[in-house]
Design a protein around this ligand. Structure first.
Ligand code: GDP
Ligand code: MG
Length: 439
């Protein structure tokens, strides 16, 4: 998928202005990317339209290729659709703040209720009380009690024979008595939305007047997530969404659909079964995840600001002429260092981070410092003409730089190898870097 997107993007390079047909090609890929990420069809249609309108005729900035510019627009629009900023939980002016969990069965209400309690205790020094209002599955109350114990918060329960409305009434009285500052109501779910459940939830809402009605949605349910969110919002007027099970192999397209369809903010995401696996929702990060771009954008931005285009062109020429020397080598090290180091850069390239052994690439600031020391101990003649580096010169360099003779030998060997590789690359066998930087 990512590859397909990148191919479309690379086709767009080397153009001065973004034309209608440029955008058409790119948009086809983006539409597919979104559908594959399980974004609701109608939402994709609207989204693509917005991006197209913005992109066509856009003047390509000098520092950007058309491809980069479209990626940027897509990313910005995705982020915008999802709400730009993280939205915090509502908090009541007087205690208790009442949070009502709603959602289909298995979506993660009970788990998320406990995660939230843990989060509030940690960040707000809260003393939450749970109310066990799911009486339909015998195990539901036990489950709530188990997770409540793990986050060390009390549960108000009346077994499975009392009406949930009554349980909520009495639970709230208990919270008032104990001066709890948060109440989290764990309600029942169903496999599908049904009348009876909705009526019950509406009644509980009427009784509790919650500050926050949090809809829990399973991110793995894909396309259906938006429909579920729409129904719940229409019938209960939710105040926020928790998107759970994002640790699964989902692209999280539900995040885009839900926000677009309901207009309600996603406030948290669930990233695992552990009770600490709760994260504040960040639209910009989700945008990248949905597009599957890794941190491609960060990379492009880093390249824009830090990579000196003139130097890069000169370097490419040198590579072609095979006159790359140790002075260029130092320049290159500097540029890599400005961009945040080799490891950081590689991690940002989609797919790279999964490459075996990537953690072992030893090119941190320390290693780069050593390499520079060696080069600085060379005479100008040696730097421009590395072929003259005979054993006695190498010994002198080792002594001068404080590095061992083995290290100096190794580095010269590496230098010669990369030089060989570069001349191959510049003869058209490899254009990865070239594509990446839109040169
Ligand atoms: P409820 O029926 O809505 O109360 O859902 P539960 O809280 O009982 O959760 C249903 C299942 O989903 C349980 O096995 C949870 O452990 C699991 N679950 C909930 N949230 C997450 C999550 O963010 N990631 C993963 N992997 N599992 C989750
Ligand atoms: Mg439950």
């Amino acid at each position: 998928l990512t590859e397909r997107l990148q191919n479309a993007m690379s086709k767009l390079r080397r153009k001065g202005k973004i034309s209608e047909s440029d955008v058409k090609d790119a948009m086809r890929e983006i539409r597919l990317a979104l559908l594959e990420a399980d974004v609701n069809f109608g939402v994709v249609k609207d989204f693509v339209k917005t991006v197209r309108e913005r992109a066509v005729g856009t003047e390509v900035l000098d520092s950007l290729s058309p491809a980069q510019q479209i990626v940027k627009i897509v990313d910005e629009e995705l982020t915008k659709v999802m709400g730009d900023e993280a939205v915090p939980l509502n908090k009541s002016a007087h205690i208790p703040t009442i949070i009502m969990m709603v959602g289909l069965q298995g979506a993660g209400k009970t788990t998320t209720a406990a995660k939230l309690a843990g989060y509030l205790k940690k960040n707000d020094n809260a003393r939450p009380l749970f109310i066990a209002a799911d009486i339909y599955r015998p195990a539901a109350i036990d489950q709530l009690q188990t997770v409540a114990r793990q986050v060390d918060a009390p549960v108000f329960e009346m077994g499975t024979d009392t009406d949930p409305r009554e349980i909520v009434r009495q639970g709230l009285a208990k919270a008032a008595e104990d001066k709890n500052d948060y109440v989290i109501i764990d309600t029942a779910g169903r496999l599908q939305i049904d009348e009876k459940l909705m009526q019950e939830l509406q009644d509980i809402k009427e009784i509790a007047k919650p500050d926050e009605i949090l809809l829990t949605v399973d991110a793995m349910t894909g396309q259906n997530a938006a429909n579920v969110a729409k129904s719940f919002d229409e019938q209960l007027t939710i105040t926020g969404v928790v998107l759970t099970k994002l640790d699964g192999d989902t692209r999280g397209g539900a995040a885009l659909s839900i926000r677009a369809v309901t207009g309600k903010p996603i406030k948290f995401t669930g990233q695992g079964e552990k009770l600490t696996d709760l994260d504040v929702f960040h639209p910009d990060r989700m945008a990248n995840r949905i597009l599957g771009m890794g941190d491609m954008l960060t990379l492009i931005e880093k390249a824009q600001t830090d990579y000196d285009e003139k130097k890069a062109t000169a370097l490419a020429e040198k590579m072609q002429e095979n006159t790359f020397d140790f002075n260029d080598f130092i320049d290159q090290l500097d540029q890599v260092q400005n961009m945040g180091g080799v490891q950081d850069i590689m991690k940002m390239i989609p797919g790279m981070s999964k490459m075996p052994g990537i953690e072992n690439v030893q090119m941190g600031p320390k290693e780069m410092g050593h390499m520079k020391a060696v080069v600085y101990s060379m005479t100008p003649a040696e730097r421009t003409n590395p072929d003259i580096l005979n054993p006695s010169r190498r010994r002198r360099i080792a002594a001068g730089s404080g590095r061992s003779i083995q290290e100096v030998n190794r580095m010269i060997k590496q230098f010669n190898e990369s030089k060989k590789m570069m001349s191959k690359m510049s003869n058209g066998n490899f254009s990865g870097m070239d594509q990446m930087f839109g040169k």
